[in-house]
Design a protein around this ligand. Structure first.
Ligand code: DX5
Ligand code: ZN
Length: 220
């Protein structure tokens, strides 16, 4: 049998049971999950607040998987040291929240992390054309950020195809991550469109067997 490269999966603990956070993170440790996705919200950039750094320090103590921090906050550059201190290997900021995105990307890298840039559903991928070679990962939001368990926005698929084409054309090593409404059906379409990493919250944590669900996503 040939060795087929599996899709990367980053479960979002926004949908974990916070009363049993240690149990849920230990489940992820034992699973095929590649990264643990952390949704940090401020109630300003998005209409919701999730969890802050004290909770994430605890997650870092328990998790054996790399931490993937998705900052849904205004002025995320202010928090680069805090994000590094919770052990994140990837810090993703929103295009819409950064006036000086080029500077922020370089500050994240200087702090020793990989730099990701996220696009809200309405933001076109071509805005990243000039800096794509400096970005380690683009996170395409396939829902409006702020909440788990929302419905997948189908026009995201065309944006992913165009982004993949741009990355190949510019000879960049940038990974494509997609977040929002991911399940086995949308996941299949996303992988076909060029997605490297699937984020999944409610589909994993609300399933009867989260470890099996993670394996099924990886096989897409
Ligand atoms: C949405 C967050 C997502 C969220 C995804 O604002 O960025 O990471 O947890 O949740 P699901 O997979 O349930 O759509
Ligand atoms: Zn997210």
């Amino acid at each position: 049998m040939t060795d087929v490269k599996k899709t990367m999966v980053a479960p979002s603990i926004l949908s974990a049971d916070f009363g049993n956070l240690q149990r849920d993170i230990e489940m992820l440790n034992a699973s095929e999950a590649d990264w643990v996705h952390l949704d940090i919200m401020d109630g300003v950039f998005v209409p919701n607040i999730s969890f802050g750094f004290p909770v994430l320090e605890y997650v870092n103590k328990i998790s054996t998987k790399p931490l993937d921090a998705h900052l849904m906050i205004v002025d995320p550059a202010k928090f680069i040291p805090e994000v590094r201190n919770i052990g994140a290997h990837m810090m993703t900021v929103h295009y819409e929240a950064c006036t000086h995105l080029d500077r922020t990307i370089h500050q994240i890298k200087e702090a020793g992390m990989k730099a990701g840039v996220s696009l809200n559903p309405h933001t076109p991928e071509y805005l990243l054309e000039d800096i794509i070679n400096d970005i380690d990962m683009v996170l395409i939001m396939s829902v409006n950020p702020g909440y788990g368990n929302q419905k997948f926005i189908p026009y995201s698929l065309d944006k992913i195809r165009r982004l993949k084409e741009m990355i190949l054309r510019k000879n960049a090593n940038t990974l494509i991550q997609v977040d929002g409404g991911v399940n086995l059906e949308t996941g299949r379409q996303l992988v076909d469109a060029g997605t490297d990493i699937l984020v999944a919250g409610s589909f994993v944590f609300n399933s009867a067997d989260p470890m099996k669900t993670i394996s099924e996503l990886k096989d897409l």
